[in-house]
Design a protein around this ligand. Structure first.
Ligand SMILES: *Cc1c(COP(=O)(O)O)cnc(C)c1O
Length: 471
């Protein structure tokens, strides 16, 4: 399996090469040159597999430069009951009104990012050891991504993590989660500034080509192809859990920000998984909803991005969206370059003439949700005896209820657990509600914490990396 850039001007690469790449040299994202197909017979055979076995069957279609037995062993280590709390890994439950919810948030950091990040930790360690390389991951987080990366990379050979976060801006739970890690290869750095300042520091460090090369600086951001591949698996798993025969079709509703999660759904559908619709749910930051309704993609500046109570969906540009558009324009890299010239100039682009294809051939639909919608949905779910959902999952359920067609089976992807966003959950359900939290995380906020607070200065971050790596 070879991988190509969405901008069409980079050499073809193998899986292991793409794994350690950020953007392609031409600025694009890497995509397989063709999609492997899933036949009906194959789907039937997959019905009896464990999650780890299914992950091997699906992912080995995309990964041919790691020996099968090694990939299989890695996946058996990744998707365990110990890490994900249930033998099923992604159980599907039914709400009173018939909507299905697929639980993707039972991993160590209680958000769906663990599903892919836990695999990334295993495969990074494996490929680095094979190639006798080391990697210093430099990232910025406002909450979910940073903790998922740290829990995936903790204690891994050949890998250090340097995670920047804005001082005092994360929730008490998120701070405790990251700062209580005692592993020597995890470095928490709180910057006196905002999330954007953290991102600027990363850009400044990356721009120092000599430093970047000497210290093998890498990232784990959402454009990483290995994360997308790992996410394709739970769409197959969800389909198999919701159906008894391969003649049935299901739709997925996906709370979306950077388009990484639903991009994996698009790939599963292209592989022939019987998906009816892919429903993209946004919050008030509705650039994607606008595109799927009108065909116009009008990314916004960070000044025009709302800060909402489903913060992990507060995006103004959806980085993985380029992967879908690449398919939509017939994998024409030249065309993608033109469209993204429009994005980079701030204007965006308009594909209204292809909207029928977006809905028909590709099965996309969309909707958006507001703060009040989230509160109302969390309340309604709880009142119906369906327990707790987090604000992001609530956005998805709200949109699914709004667009659901007669007889349609919709699986809403749960992207985080309620306890992670307890302030908003309390706003919806009242202050004395007891929000369930996994046993292992009780008392998390009382553990000792380890973090270095610094001024907003890229040179200080470089010094921290130099010292840690040389030590
Ligand atoms: C990251 C995240 C999302 C958005 O997922 P994308 O892949 O960026 O579209 C939604 N909900 C939660 C809780 C998240 O952490």
């Amino acid at each position: 399996m070879q991988y190509q850039s969405t901008r069409g001007e980079s050499p073809l690469r193998s899986f292991s090469q793409v794994l350690l790449m950020g953007l392609a040299p031409d600025g694009g994202l890497m995509m397989p040159t063709s999609y492997p197909k899933i036949s009906t017979e194959t789907l039937t055979q997959w019905r009896s597999l464990s999650y780890a076995q299914l992950a091997f069957e699906v992912m080995s279609l995309f990964i041919d430069d790691i020996p099968s037995e090694d990939l299989r062993a890695m996946l058996e280590r990744t998707y365990t009951e110990e890490v994900f709390g249930t033998a099923d890994i992604t159980p599907v439950r039914r709400l009173q009104d018939g909507l299905l919810v697929q639980e993707l948030s039972n991993g160590p950091t209680l958000a769906f990012k663990d599903m892919a990040m836990q695999f990334l930790g295993q495969v990074f360690e494996y490929v680095l050891a094979r190639e006798n390389k080391t990697l210093n991951i430099l990232g910025a987080t406002s909450g979910d991504t940073g903790s998922a990366a740290e829990y995936a990379m903790r204690g891994k050979q050949g890998i250090n993590v340097f995670m920047l976060s804005p001082e005092g801006k994360m929730s008490a739970f998120q701070r405790a989660q990251m700062f209580s890690l005692a592993d020597e290869n995890i470095h928490n750095i709180a910057v006196n500034g905002l999330f954007d300042d953290c991102q600027d520091i990363i850009k400044a460090v990356q721009a120092d080509a000599e430093f970047k090369q000497k210290y093998a600086i890498g990232t784990v951001n959402s454009i990483n192809w290995a994360r997308i591949v790992a996410q394709v698996v739970y769409y197959v798993r969800g389909y198999l859990a919701a159906t008894t025969s391969n003649d049935e079709k299901v739709s997925f509703c996906v709370p979306s920000g950077n388009f990484g999660n639903v991009c994996a759904g698009h790939i599963a559908r292209q592989m022939g998984l019987p998906i009816e619709r892919l429903i993209v749910a946004t919050n008030e930051n509705d650039v994607l909803d606008e595109f799927f309704k009108t065909g116009a993609y009008r990314p916004r500046t960070s000044d025009n991005t709302f800060i909402t109570s489903s913060p992990s969906m507060d995006i103004s540009k959806a980085s993985n969206f380029e992967r879908f558009v690449f398919d939509l324009v017939g994998q024409d890299g030249e065309k993608v370059r033109q469209l993204w010239a429009g994005v980079n100039s701030g204007e965006g682009f308009d594909l209204a003439d292809q909207l029928a294809q977006v809905h028909g051939q590709y099965g996309f639909a969309s909707g958006s949700s507001t703060h009040q919608d989230r509160l109302d949905t969390m309340k309604a779910v709880h009142a119906a005896g369906d327990g707790f959902v987090d604000p992001h999952t609530a956005d998805g359920i709200k949109v699914a209820r709004q667009v659901r067609l007669d007889g349609e089976t919709i699986i809403c992807l749960e992207t985080a657990l309620a306890t992670k966003f307890d302030e908003t959950v309390r706003e919806a359900l009242g202050n004395d509600v007891v929000i369930p939290r996994p046993e292992a995380l009780s008392g998390l906020e009382d553990l000792p914490q380890r973090v270095t607070v610094i001024d907003n200065n890229a040179e200080v971050v470089k010094d921290i990396i130099r010292q840690a790596v040389t030590a």
